[in-house]
Every structure is written in C-alpha cells, then in structure tokens.
Design a protein around this ligand. Structure first.
Ligand code: MF3
Ligand code: CO
Length: 256
C-alpha cells in the first residue's frame, strides 16, 4: 500500500498529539519509583493523557487491556500492567504510550531506571536511545526505509548488543499502524523512498544478549529468549525537506 503524505492540518494535529505524549512520558518518568506497581504506572499515564482531552491509542487496540505498555527488565515490549507486579530498585522499565488527538496518533517509548540501576543497564538504555538518533540521520528525502534500519543495526551491534527482528516500527497517522513497516535492521529490499510529509514511528528494540524473543502465554508480553535485559526507544518522526522533526519530542520540551 502507498505511504500517506500528511497535509499541513494533519501535521498540526500530530504535533499536538506528540506534544501531549512527550509531556506524558516526562511526567511518567518523574513518577516512577521502587515500590510502585506496573498497574499504577498505567493509571497515572492514562490520567495524564485524558487530562489533555486525548484518548490512549493502545487501550483495547486489538484487545490490549491497558493504556501504557509497561515492560520490565527482560520484557521487550507490550508488557501488561499488573497490580501484583511491583517495581524494584535496580529494574529498568520500558514505557510505551500512544495518544489520539482529534483522530491523529502519536506513539513513543522510553526505557527508564527504577531507583539506582547498574552501569550495564544504563549503557543498554543509552545505546538504544542513541541508535534511534543514528537511524534518523537517514530520515530525510532521498534515502530509503532500509537506510534507517541499517544504521540502527550497525550502531547497536558495534556495542555488542542485538536488534530484535520480530517487531518493527511503522507509519502512523489517523491509524496507529500504517505503511510502511520500518525494520531496525537491514533488509533485502530497500523499501520506499522517503518524502516530506511522511510520518513514521521509529522504534529500536535492543537486547543485551540474543536477538531472539518469545511471546508469553498472555499473547502480548514479548520477552528475551535468554532472560537478559532489553530496552526500547521510539518517537513519532515527520520527514521534512531538511532535518526530521521529532513530533513526540518537541525542541522546547527536550530539556524540561
Ligand atoms: N509502540 C507499539 C507498537 O507500535 C505499541 C502498540 S501496543 C498495543 O506496536 F497495545 F497497542 F498493541
Ligand atoms: Co510503535
């Protein structure tokens, strides 16, 4: 299917969705502390999203039961919030959230520390975030989708980590998932050529050990096959004539 090019109006709505999502992530990160349950994280996140008059994109999406995906340690993505799962000092937690503003989606994820974490865990988080920035050096007109994933993979593997193959990024707009798929690794086909007005959710998932993952019996939670740590970093990105615009990380909120 063709990749949609967003109009100026659509971009404005996605900017607003992204801004609210960015604030949601900043508030969530501040709220995270040892002793809290993953269910509380979901409740706080949902309250923030709704306080801006937005709807959580993930709630009931293909039956997903919560607003925020909360994935702890070896959980890669799509962890289901649970009132019995208590966050402990030293855990890392991947928070993935989506908001809908006037029909338009924004999708972003960050892995954050619970209390004091090991140097190894911090390094995994930092490399995962930086791999996103390595990838978006190619999120410009003239490059192809594959250039993004190739750069992400190269950076991640040069640090001794692996990139998950079973899940990919995606186009986004008035649906959470649109074409094209955006692998975080190189592929046989180069994929579509990037054009201004495309909006993409670029989301490297990086494992400390093997790239292999398993699905838990809840049919959602994805975990590393070897039980080692995993981290996730995602933003909704607008392709422009020049540098990409991070819709879910507006310039003026970057250092807040
Ligand atoms: N960022 C994830 C994705 O793009 C979030 C989807 S979670 C779901 O797939 F619950 F909505 F499925
Ligand atoms: Co996504």
């Amino acid at each position: 299917m063709a990749v949609s090019i967003k109009s100026q109006r659509e971009i404005e709505l996605m900017r607003e969705a992204g801004r609210i999502l960015c604030i949601t992530h900043q508030e969530l990160e501040k709220a995270i502390r040892p002793g809290m349950t993953t269910m509380e994280v979901d409740r706080i996140g949902e309250e923030i999203i709704r306080s801006y008059g937005c709807t959580p994109s993930f709630k009931n999406y293909e039956g997903y039961p919560a607003s925020i995906c909360v994935s702890v340690n070896d959980e890669v993505v799509h962890g289901i919030p649970n009132a019995n799962h208590i966050l402990r000092d030293g855990d890392i937690v991947s928070l993935d959230a989506g908001v809908i503003y006037k029909g338009y989606h924004s999708d972003a994820a960050r892995t954050v520390a619970v209390g004091e974490i090991s140097e190894a865990a911090q390094r995994l988080i930092d490399v995962t975030r930086q791999s996103f920035y390595e990838g978006i050096r190619y999120a410009k007109p003239g490059y192809h989708i594959r250039d993004i994933g190739k750069a992400i993979q190269k950076y991640v593997e040069s640090h001794g980590y692996s990139v998950v193959r079973d899940l990919v990024g995606h186009g986004i707009g008035n649906h959470l998932h649109e074409d094209p798929e955006i692998p975080n690794f190189t592929t046989l086909k180069r994929g579509v050529k990037l054009q201004p007005g495309m909006t993409l959710a670029i989301e490297p998932m990086v494992n400390e050990g093997t790239q292999d993952v398993w699905w838990m019996d809840d049919d959602w939670t994805v975990v590393t096959a070897d039980g080692l740590l995993s981290a996730h970093y995602e933003n909704t990105v607008l392709i422009t004539e020049g540098e990409p615009e991070l819709l879910s990380l507006p310039e003026d909120l970057k250092d807040v």
